[in-house]
Structures are given as C-alpha cells and as structure tokens.
Unconditional design. Structure first.
Length: 299
C-alpha cells in the first residue's frame, strides 16, 4: 500500500487457474514457513521486492468451488526494490474504493471494502467541547483528510441528534468523509447517514445486518466480536485498550491482549481507549486496522 492508499494488484497470467483475474500478490505457505516468511518469499518471487514495514491484518476463510482457503492478509507499508511482474503478470496500482481493472478474484471483494476504511475513526465530542469549538475542529480535521466519523451524543434528544448529524454530514460528504450514527436505525435513516454504529447491547440483540448501510459495532469481549462476525459487519471497535481521561482508574486490556483477541479475526478492528496518533503503529503491529479517538483528535 502506498502512502496515498493505492494498493498493488496483479493479473493472473495464462496457464494458471483463474487466469486473467486480478488479485493481491501472495501465495501458498510452504511446510515449515510462518505466514510472514511465506509473504517475503512470495513478494520476492512475484515482484522482486522485500517488505521492510509490514503489519498483520485480517485472516479470512473463503470457499472456492474446488477448495477452501485460509488467507492471512498483511499490509505492506514500505519495501525495498521496485515491484515488477516477475511471472509475466500485469501489475496495476488501484484505489480499493474504485477499481479500474476487472474481474477481481471473488475472495477479495470484502478485502477491498475493508481497505477503503481509513486508519482513523473519529467520535464526536460535542458535550465536552460545545458546538462552536467542535465544528471548528471538525472543519480542520476534514481539511486534513479525516474520512470516517461516528456521531455519538447520548445527551441529545432524537430531534437534536438528527439535526446535529445533518450538520456533520453536510460538512463531511463534500470532502468524501463517511458518517455513522450511534443511534436507532430509524434515526440513522432519517438523518441520511452512511451507516450505523451499534453499541454492544444493540449488537447482541441484532439478528440481521441492515442493508445499504455501513455497519459497525462496539465490542469489549470475544463473544461480542464473534457476534459481529456472524452478522458480517463492516468493522468493529474494541475497547478499552489503554486508560482514558474519562476513566483513568480503569486499566485497559493493553496491546498484547488486543493482539490475541485480533488473532485469526476476519473483520477490521479499530482500537479505542487512550488513543493518540502516536499509538497508530502499535495498533497496526497488533493486527488492528487503525485507531478511534473521541478527545485527542479534536485537540
């Protein structure tokens, strides 16, 4: 993945199964290899590069007609060498949110959706900041590239929450940012938001994922994370990772426990609780997609 978010795809050459289909570079893990060792070998064989900054990401299982595969995905942020098609394959840098090449291998459709999620997930903080300072901070962050926002203001009435969401959507959408609401589904639809963020109680009560919306959930344990997978949600937020300003006495689960809970997990996970930009690489190293912030981001 380049710094601008573009990802490298390769076209499977003639003679291989699924020839002509586009895919991410990679291949089979050989006996005695770790997934990371296999990644480095495959990148060398296919592209002639060596990853120098690489993070574990998603682990997904996919059923092809002829077999079932378990896919260990990594995000490669930097590398040595210039990628070249060493097996005669075409290469193309693509925006995961809008490919200009096709067809794509079926297993990669949910991966492209996940890759279109940014590394930072903002949570509104109107109650502590007040309206004028908050919208000033929102405008600045949108100009700086913020792309994903959760409207979470439990103190507001339904009417006030919808009106507040309308103002955020009006500011965010022209700059390509998506807005989720931590609210009832009817209010989310009425506000015209891009998605719904479920609290853990709403998650456990849900039986079907709402259609045509980005759907996320707050999780605090393995049971809630499993429920999110069962519903095939778009992403989850796991907390608390570190102590927070609002609950400094509460010890977070820490990065080691976060990594264990994230192991073999198929959905993108944002870390919440005591997050600042300086924690982003820790989140990536633990297998997280990124970080969620309610206070530090707006400061």
């Amino acid at each position: 993945m380049r710094e601008d978010g573009m990802v490298l795809l390769g076209n499977r050459p003639a003679g291989k199964s699924w020839a002509g289909w586009w895919e991410f570079p990679g291949g089979k893990i050989e006996d005695g290899e770790t997934p990371l060792e296999a990644l480095q070998r495959e990148l060398d064989e296919e592209l002639g590069v060596r990853a120098t900054e690489v993070y574990p990401w998603l682990v997904r299982t996919f059923d092809y007609p002829e077999k079932t595969v378990k896919l260990n995905f990594f995000i490669v942020k930097s590398w040595q060498g210039e990628p070249a098609g060493r097996e005669g394959q075409q290469l193309s840098w693509q925006n995961p949110a809008g490919l200009t090449v096709e067809p794509m291998l079926p297993a990669n459709t949910p991966i492209l959706s996940a890759l279109s999620l940014p590394p930072v997930y903002a949570i509104t903080n109107l109650q502590e900041m007040g309206e004028v300072p908050f919208f000033k901070a929102l405008s600045l962050q949108l100009e700086n590239g913020l792309k994903l926002i959760q409207v979470r203001e439990k103190q507001l009435s339904r009417e006030a929450l919808i009106a507040f969401a309308h103002k955020i959507i009006a500011a965010a959408r022209p700059l390509g940012a998506r807005v989720l609401m931590n609210a009832d589904l009817d209010d989310v639809i009425k506000a015209g938001a891009d998605g719904i963020h479920l609290n853990s109680s709403a998650l456990m009560e849900l039986s079907d994922k709402p259609n045509e919306l980005l759907v996320a959930a707050s999780c605090h344990n393995a049971q809630e994370m499993a429920k999110a997978v069962q519903l095939n949600l778009d992403f989850v937020m796991l907390s608390p990772v570190l102590p927070t300003r609002s609950h400094p006495e509460t010890q977070g689960i820490g990065w080691e426990a976060f990594a264990k809970m994230k192991q073999d997990y198929p959905l993108p996970v944002y870390a919440l609780g005591g997050m600042q930009y300086s924690e982003l690489k820790n989140a990536w190293q633990a297998g997280g997609h990124g970080i969620a912030m309610q206070r530090a981001l707006w400061e």
